[in-house]
Design a protein. Sequence first.
Length: 281
Amino acid sequence: MRTKLLIVIAVAVLMLVLVAPAAAVQYGQPDGNGHPYVGLVSFHNAAGVPLWRCTGTLVSSTVFLTAAHCTEAPAAKAVIWFSPGPISIGDWGGSGTSCAGKTGYPCTGDASGTPIPHPGWTGGLTIPNTHDVGVVVLSTPFVMSQYGKIAPLGYLDALATKRGLQNTEFTVVGYGLQSVKPRFSAIRERMVGTVSLVNLQSALTDGYNIQYSSNPGLGDGPGGTCFGDSGGPVFHTGDQGTVIVAVNSFVLNSNCKGAGFGYRTDTSDPLNFLAGFGVTP
């Protein structure tokens, strides 16, 4: 049975972009050039008005992976930056104003394209199979020396069988808030942190999601995600190198201190969706 819960999606509305910058991924550190294919994305409506921001990963020269709740209507256009930051805020007029004739963040970036959510996404984030995966199809290819790599089918299940759940860590990368109380924003700097695997099989995960810590990994390492990290990659490094096992989806606490969840990308449904855009493990 699918259960509807009161949860908080980790997307950030662009009306908050003018607060002072700080750090991003909670307990993290600046990523620098560690993950150059991870980008900050601003979504606009058909009138060119910025709506919200998320994080995502370039997985081919034309496909940018993020969350479905980032790409849903009324989002009609996406603008992406790959700078590790700080990304300079341009001359946009603030919440509710169009980007027409404006430059800089959140109006003009390194690439742009059309947002497309998974067809199974309903907007309700129905647990456990949320279908919370989406893409931005770039209007012009953006060529990099490397791209994010998707984990193959069943990667996390095999990992859990091989290693068990204890002491399994993942890397999260994003441009989101560092904290909510007080509110610190890092929308212009890419941050990296470490989280610990909590659960793969529960009423909230059930083979579709991954639950990970939103506090220092194993009690002594950096980690955690917050608003603006939505759609950002959850990486695991193993025998097949560094692969994306999930996209950051939701948290169970509005202050970014509860459990964090990512929608798995190593199951048949998201893999079939991505294959439709030419992206395969």
